[in-house]
Design a protein around this ligand. Sequence first.
Ligand SMILES: Nc1nc2c(c(=O)[nH]1)N[C@H]1C(S)=C(S)[C@@H](COP(=O)(O)O)O[C@H]1N2
Ligand SMILES: [Mo]
Length: 304
Amino acid sequence: MAYRWKNDLSAPDATPEAVFMNRRQWMAGMAAGVALTGLSGRARAAGEDAGLEPNSWEDITTYNNYYEFGTGKDDPVKYADRLSIAPWEVQIDGLVDRPGAYAFKDIMARMTIEERIYRFRCVEAWSMVIPWNGFELADLLDMAGVQAGAKYVAFETVLDKDAMPGTRYPVLDWPYVEGLRLDEAMHPLTIMATGIYGRDIPKQNGAPLRLVVPWKYGFKSIKSVVRITLTDSEPPTSWNKANPREYGFYSNVNPEVDHPRWSQATERRVGGGIFSPRIETPMFNGYGEDVAGLYDGMDLTRFF
Ligand SMILES: Nc1nc2c(c(=O)[nH]1)N[C@H]1C(S)=C(S)[C@@H](COP(=O)(O)O)O[C@H]1N2
Ligand SMILES: [Mo]
């Protein structure tokens, strides 16, 4: 299957970046002609794309949005350590055959962890490239058994008021909630991330597992998920509830639909330095070839 390349980042004491570079050399070797079943030409090319040069561990783990810990980009790294993540359970319920509280460690034992190097585009018009480790959300949903009537998937973040100083303020209606249409959730690009650079995902990035939907604005990629509910109607989402004029349910990256207060045509790549030129934002964040078909016939200005 396309996109599926196995995670071989297992060397425990190498620095993440060093392990990662070895991996890239290995990928380059593959591109030079060694056959590997299942790795599509497109995925291979993407690994060598200059626009896919990953951000540093430092950038990815110190410049964060996680409003439960505060609205500053450095609040999550300051406070997220207060959150207890072990043991962790994910409640999977609604229109599924096997509802229940699934222990994170049992989920991990059953999922195939892969590496996905994805562009990540925040609605605030900054971006990064992040080498995630994780598994396809479709595999988790299959484990629970999606029933025929399910059309949407709702997600919820943990709410621990003692550990999360930001939740004392009604910036958003806590807990943070998000949602996807079922076909978006089942798409092979949609993952639950559990790692970055081969290490466990840090708390400020949404430990122990968070959604990543690379063709949508970053706020759809909900962190520290404790509940996944299969439903037959479009679930409420936090930013849409807070400001429906500015944040739609779909929130696909779209350079032609500006935010009411700023342009979405270009973005600032984090880590490039303040004088680095802005780069053009591609439709669907560059994943249109894979996902545009999900929206055939839809007016993406209306369903923004
Ligand atoms: N629970 C929760 N999830 C969240 C957020 C949040 O504030 N709370 N912020 C979102 C936004 S706006 C972005 S851009 C990404 C940021 O992910 P990162 O900090 O790992 O880069 O997380 C998203 N998921
Ligand atoms: Mo964001």
